[in-house]
Structures are given as C-alpha cells and as structure tokens.
Design a protein around this ligand. Structure first.
Ligand code: KG4
Ligand code: ZN
Length: 347
C-alpha cells in the first residue's frame, strides 16, 4: 500500500514553508524566505514576520502542491509545526492548517519544530535516496538560532532531552558576534561569521570554552559573547578591522568546540556513537568537519541533512516527522484545542 501523502506547513520563524511528503520522500519543499525583510532590523521583527507569513502562505501552499503534482483532495493528512518558535508566526501556519483540514476533511498532525530538525537528517528525495535505514538509538545534536540541545532519539517519536543551553543558543551567539563585528544590521550572522572565519586563524585568540568542567550536558554561550565584547572594546577600530577574520575564526571555533565537547561527553555517558546533527548552524562546513572528526574517533557514524535545503527551517522535515506520528496514530484529536506553543519542549 502507498504511504500517505502529507501536506506540511512550518511558519515557526522567518520562512514560510510548505512541503508535500510521502513517508521519508520529499515531493516538494517550497520556502519563501523573509530574510531580506528582517536584515535591515538586524533580526526577526515578529509583527513583520506574521504579516509576511499571512501574505505568502496561500501562494506557498499552491506552489508546493503544484511542484508535487498533486491536489489537496488527494492529500491524506495535514501537518503543522505547533512550536517552539515565534508565537504569532506559528499562529499563521496553525490557522491555515486548521482551515485546510476542515475544508477538505483531513486529519491534522501537530509536530514539534525540533523533532522536525531531528528528522531532517532522514529525508529522502522523490526517488527514495539516500537509502540509509534507521539504526536506533541516536544522539541528536540540534543547533539552531533559538535552540541548542542534546537529545536521545530512542525510537520513532521517542525522545529525551539530555542537555540544553542555559542562556543563548549557539546560532544566537554567532548572530550576535556578527553584529558586534560588522554592525547592527547584519542578519543572519552565522553565514557571515563562517565566511570571515574561512580567512582567519582559529587559534588567534583563546576564547573561553564555556561549561568545560561541568559534568552535565548543558551549554552556555552568554559568557563567550561577553568575552568577545570585552576583547573588541580593548582594540582600536583599525586593529579590529585588521583582525576581523582571525577574531571571527577564533570565536566560531570556541562556539563549535563547546558544542562538540558536550557531544563528546554525551557519547561517552550514553555509550552511543550513532549521531545526527540538525538545525540551521549545521550549514557550517567547519562544524560538520569537526563533528565528523569527533565521531570518527569514537568509531561511530554521523548523519547530517542530505542537502542544504534541509539545514535551515523547512516544512519537509515536518512532513517526515508527521509520517512517523501518523504511524503511531498520533493525530490531533480536537482541532479546536490545538494551539501554538512558543516554548514547546520535546518529550
Ligand atoms: O534552524 P534555523 O534555520 O532556525 C531556527 O529554528 O532558529 O537556524 C537559524 C540559525 C541562525 O542563528 C543562523 O545564523 C544560523 O542558523 N546559520 C549558520 C549558518 N547558516 C545559518 N550558522 C553558522 N554557519 C552557517 N553557515
Ligand atoms: Zn529551526
């Protein structure tokens, strides 16, 4: 029997994304990015994000259906991100999902955005590639703009958060660093820091590696951010400009070392060397290289999303997670009670 066709929606932050998926196969994954709109403000402006989602969503739904060569009446289920994310942005996707589910009499599946980032490592193209199978259990390291988490991925839709950030997320630290280095209207900062760092020396400054001596698996980035602020304050503008590549490379290295030291601890503590890495920051080639090196040392394997379309926010990963929820009969029982949950946790 054919696997169900799912129309998935994610409006958790600054991308209006709609996908059509079937099992792990992605038949379409449309994304309307608001990045240019927010760049001018140096970050996401919630009201503008909401309005842009409202303006774009119908078009993006239509285009996802068209690219997948399907229609709403043959879609089996509708999936939507209910959180975590920006509350008023999440609301736009949830309202649209409810409207379509009611109008076309479909069951609704509510997906946590972070479980989407885990499943982003398992998406396949329309032909079913890559063919890799699930080999539970995994440790998932999720690194996005608002979250930094270590999650035990025990089986489908079965998670345990074993570590998380106590303050800023790793992506947020990179975003803030980019603003300190280049000015307040740089957004998102991660890709900018990556480009600067490519020409710099990561050992130029020894920034602290936060939480190094703590035995738990939590992260902290606010001290590192302050260390950068003080370093820059002690330099003349000319020196700052001259050193910008080295400072970016050193800061980025400290962020990634702190991430991977905790992953290293988690691998030892859980005796699991099967790793997945998801979230926008995984777009960074240096992070992927360092993660590969670490996991290799433990004789394990590491999976990343199979292409750059799945690193950042996208609805395909929501559709794939939703498929495994549908397999377990985890549908929304009463549509009226489904609400956005800006701080939803994985459990
Ligand atoms: O997962 P994501 O797209 O959105 C959230 O759910 O937050 O992650 C966005 C984060 C931002 O902090 C952005 O700066 C970072 O991912 N990012 C990167 C790169 N591309 C995006 N960080 C480092 N290197 C990159 N190439
Ligand atoms: Zn995300």
């Amino acid at each position: 029997m054919n696997k169900p066709l799912i129309l998935a929606i994610d409006t958790s932050c600054d991308e209006t994304s709609v996908a059509v998926t079937q099992g792990r196969r992605v038949l379409s994954n449309e994304r309307y990015s608001q990045i240019l709109m927010h760049t001018k403000w140096g970050g996401v402006v919630p009201n503008l994000a909401k309005r842009a989602h409202e303006e774009q969503i119908d078009q993006v739904v239509e285009s996802a259906l068209k690219k997948a060569r399907t229609r709403l009446d043959v879609i089996d289920f509708i999936a939507v991100t209910f959180g975590p994310g920006l509350a008023i942005a999440l609301g736009v996707g949830i309202d649209k999902a409810k409207e379509l589910a009611k109008k076309h009499d479909k069951k609704l599946i509510a997906v946590n955005h972070m479980e989407g980032h885990i499943y982003s490592c398992f998406v396949q193209n329309a032909a079913g590639n890559p063919e890799n199978e699930f080999r539970f259990p995994y440790i998932a390291l999720l690194v996005s703009g608002a979250h930094t988490e270590l999650v035990l991925f025990k089986n489908h839709i079965d998670y345990e958060v074993i570590g998380e950030t106590l303050d800023d997320a790793a992506g947020e630290a990179l975003d803030k660093a980019a603003r300190m280095l280049l000015g307040s209207n740089v957004y998102p900062g991660g890709p900018v820091v990556e480009q600067l760092a490519k020409k710099g020396n990561p050992e130029f400054i020894q920034f602290p590696r936060p939480m190094l001596s703590s035995k738990n698996l939590n992260f902290s980035y606010s001290g590192l951010k302050t260390a950068l602020l003080y370093y820059l304050k002690g330099q003349s503008k000319a020196a700052q400009n001259k050193q910008i590549h080295d400072v970016a490379a050193s800061f980025q290295e400290a962020v990634f070392d702190s991430l991977l030291m905790k992953l290293n601890q988690a691998i030892k503590k859980c005796s699991i060397n099967n790793i997945v890495l998801g979230g926008g920051v995984v777009a960074n080639a240096r992070l992927r290289l360092k993660a590969r090196q670490l996991v290799k040392k433990h004789g394990g394997t590491v999976l990343f999303p199979p292409s750059k379309n799945f690193y950042g926010d996208n609805a395909a990963m929501i559709g794939v997670a939703a498929y495994y929820k549908a397999e377990k009969n985890l549908f929304v029982s009463n549509m009226e009670t489904l609400d956005r949950s800006a701080r939803a946790r994985l459990s």
